[in-house]
Design a protein around this ligand. Structure first.
Ligand code: NAD
Length: 498
């Protein structure tokens, strides 16, 4: 059986303290094993990055950007292979994998602009014959720890920006679907990146803890579930590291009485069930303002959901695939059970879906639940499956209160034709990424991505302008070349230029 290893200093190695099976979630079969690195292997990756840093840091930024231009071309050339690897191990349908890859490539395109965004700031004559400027210097060796649900895109949020800014990188991808991540990282060598600048170690908690405690790691970017994000943030901070840790979500859509319901139904189908609901921006709660809206929405959703096709990644007429593991399948089904037990009404039940020919796969069918209340476990926690819950309220204020009271604040959306209501909503809602008639308001690569409340620990968002700030350190230099006419005696008070 194929053993998936690590990329260290430009070489593939497969040292491990343990291995873990990698499944094809559509068949339920083990397809590969992944090597899980121990502390020694992770330290070798950090060594390689540390050694590559002085030369990479001093490489002119235009040359660093050229690596990214070539990397983008290679990603496009190898797109089919990358999407196949994503489909095999994650289970998402090929066209969805292509969408993920494209959003990742857009971050590489943004990184190509480094000569512009690293120019710095300059003030001539900040004082008499004094010039002052700020530079944005790389941090050194930085690490990324990424989740299973976007094995290509989320790592691409991180290392193209980190590397183009002059840092060296150690990536610890999800151990559940590591192949596409590793394949993509190997393309960087072909794009001209010197060995050691980019390293990938597969592993679990032991590898992560090594990264969090090694003093050579200057900064950690994490994307994953909230309990782990909180652990990563507090441990990294306690070890003096810069950290951004993006966590889980519970994204609500408010359906106003004046909304275009046909548009809402189409939007919700994709946003709730696409990628089996395994997206941190998935819309998992629809808050209907008024019973009439709720009843009509449910009626139309029931009809539309009959047409959904669920199955293997390679059949592109499928709308979505399996969830990632059998354990996760049982967890999602458990949430549906709990909603039922706590008094909600299961309108469309996906608990027993077994697509023909894929009976052992980790499938959950699209599920619609009505009469959900904020006290229910299925409302409070992130399900991360193809489950849409309907909560009924009487006013927009009540809908907004629900969202503001929830522990997560990643994404949200309002469906309305009323510009005043939409403007009030976007201004007052306590969520980081907000849509108006747009179900998945994922910021484009030249903005930045992040949630509020317990959806993000840290100050700076992922990618875009915040990514530049995260992966660089400001240094401000104030300079004067004394000449006869500016030479002064000792000054004991702060100069004020008055
Ligand atoms: P996860 O938290 O289980 O794993 C994420 C990473 O952390 C993996 O690399 C994993 O190996 C590592 N990890 C897991 N347990 C650990 C531990 N005890 N100690 C140290 N490291 C550990 O998340 P997942 O299941 O892979 O991904 C799904 C989650 O990610 C969902 O909660 C989803 O909302 C979230 N997510 C958030 C965003 C965002 O931008 N906010 C984006 C994608 C996914």
């Amino acid at each position: 059986m194929k053993l998936i290893g690590h990329l260290i200093n430009g070489q593939m190695v497969d040292d491990h303290v343990r291995t873990q099976p990698v499944f094809n979630p559509a068949t339920g079969q083990i397809s590969k094993e992944v090597a899980l690195a121990g502390a020694k292997t992770v330290e070798q990756a950090i060594d390689a990055a540390q050694q590559a840093f002085p030369e990479w840091r001093n490489t002119p930024v235009i040359k660093r950007a050229r690596v990214m231009f070539r990397f983008k071309e290679l990603l496009e050339q190898h797109a089919d292979e990358i999407c196949r690897l994503i489909g095999e191990e994650h289970g998402k349908i090929l066209h969805d994998a292509a969408g993920e890859l494209q959003r990742g490539i857009e971050n590489v395109e943004y990184a190509c602009g480094a000569p512009e965004f690293l120019k710095g700031e300059f003030s001539k004559n900040a004082g008499p014959d004094i010039d002052s400027w700020s530079e944005f210097q790389p941090l050194g060796v930085v690490a990324g720890i990424t989740p299973f649900n976007f094995p290509a895109m989320v790592p691409l949020w991180m290392y193209p920006m980190a590397i183009v800014c002059g840092n060296c990188f150690v990536l610890k991808p999800s151990e559940r679907d590591p192949s596409s991540t590793l394949f993509i990282a190997q393309l960087l060598k072909e794009a001209g990146l010197p060995d050691g600048v980019m390293n990938v170690v597969n592993g679990d908690k032991e590898a992560v803890d090594t990264l969090l405690h090694d003093p050579r790691i200057q900064a950690v970017s994490f994307v994953g579930s909230t309990p782990i994000a909180e652990y990563i943030y507090s441990t990294a901070a306690a070890n003096g590291k810069r950290c951004q840790a993006l966590g889980g979500a519970k994204n609500h859509a408010i359906i106003m009485p004046d909304a275009d319901l046909d548009n809402v139904v189409n939007s919700l189908l994709g946003a709730a069930f696409g990628s089996s609901g395994e997206r941190c921006m998935a819309l998992s709660v629809a808050v209907a303002v008024g019973d009439q809206v709720a009843d009509e929405l449910i009626e139309r959703m029931q009809v539309a959901m009959q047409g959904l096709k669920v199955g293997v990644y390679s059949e592109t007429s499928n709308d979505f695939g399996p969830v990632i593991t059998q354990q996760h399948q049982q967890k999602v089904i458990g949430y549906i059970d709990s909603a039922e037990q706590q008094g909600a009404k299961i309108v469309v039940d996906g608990r027993n879906l077994q697509p023909a020919g894929y009976e052992q796969g980790f499938f959950v069918g699209a599920t619609l639940i009505d009469q959900v209340t904020p006290k229910m476990t299925s409302y409070q926690e992130e399900i991360f499956g193809p489950v849409l819950q309907i909560v009924r309220v009487s006013t927009m204020q009540q809908a907004m209160q629900l969202i503001n009271d929830h522990e997560y604040g990643n994404g949200t959306c309002i469906y309305t034709r009323d510009g005043e209501a939409a403007r009030y909503f976007t201004d007052q809602i306590m969520v980081g990424m907000v849509g108006v008639n747009v179900p998945l308001p994922v910021p484009v690569a030249y903005h930045s991505f992040g949630g509020w409340k317990r959806s993000l620990f840290g100050d700076l968002y992922a990618y875009g302008p915040d990514g530049v700030r995260f992966y660089t350190r400001r240094k401000t230099i104030t300079q004067r070349w004394p000449s006869a006419n500016v030479r002064e005696g000792a000054q004991f008070s702060m100069p004020t230029l008055n």
